[in-house]
Structure formats: structure tokens, C-alpha cells
Design a protein around this ligand. Structure first.
Ligand SMILES: C[S@@+](CC[C@H](N)C(=O)[O-])C[C@H]1O[C@@H](n2cnc3c(N)ncnc32)[C@H](O)[C@@H]1O
Length: 252
């Protein structure tokens, strides 16, 4: 079936993308993208086919990760191509993400916004720092190498559409979203507790656009917070295949 497998061009591009990323789970979940965006299978396949153009960026990000001791494929978001595709299909005015680290999710949002020639990404991160030049075994891969800052792996040419704020979500999120155009995509990827996710969802809800896509990573740690939000909105949530990255689409 088309939504499961995409077109031949999409499959070729996704294979090249997966090889560059070095992570088989980076292969796209076509159905999930279609469900979240309401796009047709052909439209989903068309934006996935653009992934070939992302290969140089993926190689650069992977190289930067390796140079700092991050060797095991993606330590961060496990569906970067989906973030790109969803952003291409939603064509949002505004994307908001909380949790940046090296900037894998940020880079994919920004690459799509650049191709859209429209929209801005607003990111919030309270960084934690790594002790030495290479990541030690007992250190979190989300910590920032010395001399770098949050989003350190994001290519500089993508940064023109980026507003990056450093500090805790609890303080910055209400401030950042106050003046923004309606948010078309929101990603939670910071402090994964049920109470914090529920608070972030409550906080952004009044600023979300109709049919906005809401995503939450590491949902195995956040209990019923995401399903409860979906219930209140009267919509279904779905997991990206093979991950605990969950998503939903608000009513139009
Ligand atoms: C899993 S990483 C983000 C990965 C990123 N989305 C990616 O795809 O590369 C989580 C980040 O959230 C930050 N963080 C943790 N608690 C936070 C909070 N309360 N407010 C803002 N950022 C926080 C962490 O320091 C870390 O940089």
C-alpha cells in the first residue's frame, strides 16, 4: 500500500538518508506522516523524496557527533525525516520546540522551513555541559561539548529562521509563545515527566493553530499526560513506528 512504502523516488531518497544517518529506524513512517498532516500518500512520498538533498547535512551532523564521542547513531530524536516531512506538509508560520541539545530536531525543522521559504522555528533549551572534549561513558549524550552551545550541530546557513532561547522551559515557554503567530507544530523533547509535559501542553494550547501537529518524544516516561491531552481535544494520538515519539493533529 502506498502510504506504507512511498514511491520509488521516496524509497531511494529514504535509503540514502538512512545510510547517511547510520540509523535504520530513521526510515520514514509514511502512515504516521499522512495521519498527522492529513496529506495524501502522493504528497507524503513527494516530500520524502526530497530527503536526498538532506544527505550532506546528515553527514555533517553525524561527523560532528562522532568528533565529540557520540558514536551510536542518533542519541536524540529518532524520526528526523518525519519532522522534515511534517513541516514541509504543514507549511507552518511557527514551529516551537522545547529541548535542543545538539540540534538534530532543530536542523530538520529549519531545513524544511528553508525549503518552504516561510515560517520560523522558536526553540528553548536549558543546556547541560559535558566535562571533557569527548563524551565520557557515564555522561548523557544530550550534554553540550566544551566551548559549544545548544544547537551546536545545526549548520549555520539554516539559522536565519531560528530564534533560540537558553533557559528553563518553565520560565521561557510562556514568554516566548506570547507574541507568536499561531503555532502549527509543537515538539516536547525536554524534561520528560508527566507533570512537566502536561504543563507544557496546557501552556501552549491557547497559542496552537487549528489542525496543529503536537509531538512528544520519550513518551514512555510521561505516563498518561499525552493521551489525556488527546482525549480532551477529542482526537486520536499515534506513535511513530518503533519509537515512543507520539503525535496528534488538532481539529481544523
Ligand atoms: C533529548 S534532548 C533534546 C534533543 C533534541 N530535540 C534533538 O533532536 O537533538 C533534551 C534537552 O532538553 C534540555 N532540558 C532538560 N530540561 C529542560 C527544561 N526544563 N527546560 C529546557 N530544556 C530542558 C536538556 O538539557 C537537553 O538539552
Amino acid at each position: 500500500m502506498r502510504p506504507r512504502s512511498g514511491s520509488p523516488a521516496a524509497r531511494r531518497a529514504a535509503a540514502a538518508f538512512g545510510a547517511a544517518v547510520g540509523d535504520r529506524s530513521a526510515r520514514p513512517d509514511y502512515r504516521w506522516i499522512a495521519r498527522l498532516t492529513g496529506a495524501s500518500p502522493d504528497s507524503v512520498a513527494d516530500v520524502v523524496a526530497e530527503a536526498e538533498a538532506l544527505v550532506p547535512m546528515e553527514i555533517a551532523i553525524r561527523r560532528a557527533h562522532r568528533a565529540t564521542g557520540r558514536v551510536g547513531g542518533f542519541a536524540q530524536i529518532r524520526a528526523p525525516l518525519e519532522l522534515y516531512a511534517i513541516t514541509r506538509l504543514q507549511r507552518p508560520d511557527t514551529v516551537v520546540e522545547v529541548g535542543v541539545s545538539s540540534g538534530v530536531s532543530s536542523a530538520h525543522f529549519l531545513a524544511a522551513l528553508r525549503r518552504n521559504r516561510h515560517g520560523r522555528l522558536h526553540s528553548i533549551d536549558r543546556p547541560t555541559f559535558q566535562r571533557g572534549p569527548r563524551l565520557a561513558r557515564n555522561e548523557s549524550p544530550v550534554s553540550i561539548p566544551p566551548g559549544r552551545s545548544s544547537g551546536w550541530a545545526v549548520p549555520s546557513r539554516l539559522r536565519t529562521r531560528w530564534d533560540l532561547r537558553l533557559g528553563p522551559s518553565q520560565r521561557l515557554l510562556p514568554r516566548v509563545i506570547r507574541e507568536l503567530p499561531p503555532i502549527g507544530i509543537f515538539l516536547h523533547d525536554d524534561l520528560h515527566t508527566p507533570a512537566h509535559l502536561a504543563w507544557e501542553l496546557r501552556t501552549v494550547r491557547p497559542r496552537l493553530a487549528p489542525a496543529a501537529v503536537v509531538l512528544a518524544d520519550n513518551s514512555r516516561w510521561t505516563g498518561r499526560a499525552f493521551p489525556r491531552f488527546a482525549e480532551r481535544e477529542g482526537v486520536r494520538w499515534t506513535a511513530r513506528r518503533g519509537t515512543d515519539l507520539w503525535g496528534l493533529r488538532l481539529a481544523a
